[in-house]
Each structure stands twice: as structure tokens, then as C-alpha cells.
Write a protein that binds this ligand. Sequence first.
Ligand code: COA
Length: 178
Amino acid sequence: MYLRDVELGDVDAYVRMRCDPVMMAELGGPLPRAGIEEKVRRDVGEAAAGLAWIKMIVPDPRRPESVAGMVTLWPHDVDGTVFSEIGWMVLPDFQGRGVGKRAVRMVLETARDENRWGIVHAFPATTNAPSNGICRSLGFTFLETKDVVFAGRIVPANHWFIDPTTDLMPERSGPTVR
Ligand SMILES: CC(C)(COP(=O)(O)OP(=O)(O)OC[C@H]1O[C@@H](n2cnc3c(N)ncnc32)[C@H](O)[C@@H]1OP(=O)(O)O)[C@@H](O)C(=O)NCCC(=O)NCCS
């Protein structure tokens, strides 16, 4: 598995992630199809400028065209306070196999190694068991429950944070049974 920057050709993956009612069930419901090209174009620009890390997950290096999901780490301005925030999505065919956790770990390891982003915050919906599982098992600390705004909609979320330089749980060695 590897991560790469978002590209203009990722429109289809964005549609499958952001316009699907199941994928978006914990994020306020599906987003309209119109506007996805513009969102991808914006994201490509931000990633190229180094303003945000917007990484597509490629599960099999022999099939670089197949995307399993994405991890984004960006400076989120909330009422004038800027947080480093991380978010993630894994498409249904790849869920439940540790792909999300592994990809989030890879991004946090890079943040640690490049000494960028400082404390990283995450806001999974309170009812999103696998997303909260990623936070818990990678070493995030739970702070509080609060309403967050995602794409203009209010979502009750758990606020977690991690210092990747000190808190990231070491990877378990040995076989993983799933
Ligand atoms: C949330 C999501 C990214 C999880 O990705 P994934 O690759 O399926 O998750 P993983 O297989 O890496 O599992 C992550 C952890 O959660 C646990 N987990 C997975 N499903 C779970 C469930 N239903 N209940 C409780 N824990 C669960 C796993 O056991 C693992 O923890 P562990 O390593 O301690 O065992 C993915 O389901 C998704 O994209 N859903 C739709 C979009 C979304 O909700 N995005 C997140 C917004 S914050």
C-alpha cells in the first residue's frame, strides 16, 4: 500500500466517497454531484502548494489506478483559531481490513518525521465506531464531545488529538487476525 497526492483524475473516487449515502451517513449525508470537479481542482491546488496533505490510498502498487480511500491533513480555521485537522475515508470494498488505520498511521508518521503540523486533531462522528477505533488504537487522546460543521452540516463528534512525535502507538508486530 502507498499514498500519493490527489490528482485531477480522482473525480470518480471523490464521487464514490462524497456523494454516496452510505459513505456519508456519519458526515451529514451525501453531497451533491455538482461541484465535485471544482472540489478536486481546489484540493489538487492546495496539495501542490503544500498547504494541505491530501493523500489518496493506493492499496496495491501493481494496480495504481485502484484507490481505496483518502487521508487529509489540513489547517482548519475555526472562528480564527487554526487547528491541524486530519480526516479519512475508506471505500466499502476496502473497509474492515486495517487500511484506514494504516493510512492514517503513515500520514502521522510523515508529520512526525517532517516535524510539521504540531498537535493533530480529529473529529469523528460520535456514532462512527471504526473512525473512533482508528483514533483510539493509534494513540489519540479523547478530549470532549462537540458539534462540528462538515460541508455546512452540523455533526455531533468526538474531539480527539495526538502529538505524533510522542503519542503514536508503535505498530503491532506479528500476524493480525481479522
Ligand atoms: C471509518 C473508516 C475510515 C474506517 O476505515 P477502515 O479501513 O474500515 O478501518 P480499519 O479496518 O482500519 O479499522 C480501524 C479500527 O477500528 C476498529 N473497527 C472497525 N470497525 C469497527 C466497528 N464496526 N466497531 C468497532 N470498532 C471497529 C478496528 O478493529 C480497528 O481498530 P484495531 O486496530 O484496534 O482493531 C471507513 O469505515 C469509512 O470511510 N467510512 C465511511 C466514511 C467515514 O465515516 N469517514 C470518517 C469520517 S471521520
